[in-house]
Design a binder for this molecule. Structure first.
Ligand code: GDP
Ligand code: K
Ligand code: MG
Length: 300
């Protein structure tokens, strides 16, 4: 790790907000690589995940979190608990909101939980979907500003990396002088295996509906590198036989589609050829069992 030059700024910055406002999409755009999975399903993000951006004048460690909402089961409780713990431990907070709609109760619920003394930027995301007329847009902005009157507001689109400069400048303004925390070429604190498992889970979220997405956990059982390809064996755990049936599909069609799509994503991650084999296993009530949650990597 290099020594930081004089005036170098660094710190940990949490992305906080309702489910689906685009926190994980922003994280990927901010580090320029897909390290977090995204989908229209709430609770896509289950783990605290760090993305590292190293610039000549600053190093920012972005901390992605599950969206904050009222928990309904033990997994949900762990997710919300971890998001709140993340806020207490960072140098600054990005309060990410959906700028295409005005503030709602969910946003107020979160704003109340952001510590009063924490440096904070309000990030109006989805500017590409925001009303074109300036007055309505301004009204949306003011509804969020009212939740945190002193915070600067920036508009961005997580789908457009060229829109992120104002966000970067506002964030660096809030950071203290500090060292490099990670080597400048590192993009995430997570091992490759974790991201592989997530890329598989993302395809489950995108291919299935209703209760299935929330009932799936992915475990990478084996990664074997041969000269010509990387061979990966993974298990999908679900809670019920019916969910197993849906995941496998008629004559295995669904599992095949999920596997093919995930394989392409993993090839982009590791920049090499991948052979991926998926297994499905029923673990009744894994979301309620502390031990199974721990086995699968979910811990408060
Ligand atoms: P999270 O739950 O806050 O992490 O949200 P995700 O990053 O998973 O995004 C939720 C959905 O919103 C996904 O379908 C994204 O593709 C979409 N999304 C995120 N950012 C934007 C944006 O700036 N514009 C548009 N149009 N869609 C976005
Ligand atoms: K999501
Ligand atoms: Mg997310």
């Amino acid at each position: 790790i290099p020594t930081a030059p004089p005036g170098f700024k660094s710190g940990f910055v949490a992305l906080i907000g309702r489910p689906n406002v685009g926190k994980s999409t922003l994280l990927n755009a901010l580090v320029g690589q897909k390290i977090a999975i995204t989908s229209p399903v709430a609770q896509t993000t289950r783990n605290r995940l760090q993305g590292i951006l190293s610039l000549p004048e600053a190093q920012i460690i972005w901390v992605d979190t599950p969206g904050i909402h009222k928990p309904h089961h033990r997994l949900g409780e762990i997710l919300v608990h971890n998001a709140q713990a993340a806020m207490a431990a960072v140098d600054a907070i990005l309060f990410v909101v959906d700028g295409s709609v005005p503030a709602g109760r969910g946003d107020a619920f979160i704003a109340e939980r952001i510590p009063a003394h924490s440096p904070c930027v309000i990030v109006c995301n989805k500017s590409d979907l925001a009303p074109k007329d300036a007055q309505t847009r301004q009204a949306h902005q003011e509804s969020y500003q009212a939740l945190r009157p002193q915070a600067p507001v920036v508009w961005v689109s997580g789908l457009d990396p060229s829109s992120l400069d104002p966000l970067l400048r506002a964030t660096i303004d809030l950071l203290p002088n500090g060292p490099y925390y990670y080597p400048p070429d590192l993009v995430t604190d997570q091992p490759e295996r974790f991201i592989m498992a997530e890329l598989i889970r993302e395809q489950v979220l995108l291919h299935t509906r209703e209760e299935v997405p929330h009932s799936v956990a992915v475990n990478i059982d084996q990664v074997e590198e041969t000269p010509s390809l990387t061979r990966i064996l993974a298990t999908l755990s679900v809670e019920r036989d019916s969910q197993k049936g849906i995941l496998i599909g008629k004559r295995g069609e669904m599992l095949k589609q999920i596997g093919q799509a995930a394989r392409l994503q993993i090839q982009k991650l590791i920049l090499g050829k991948v052979y991926l084999e998926l297994f499905v296993k029923v673990r009744p009530h894994w979301r309620r069992s502390e031990r199974t949650l721990g086995d699968l990597g979910y811990r408060a």
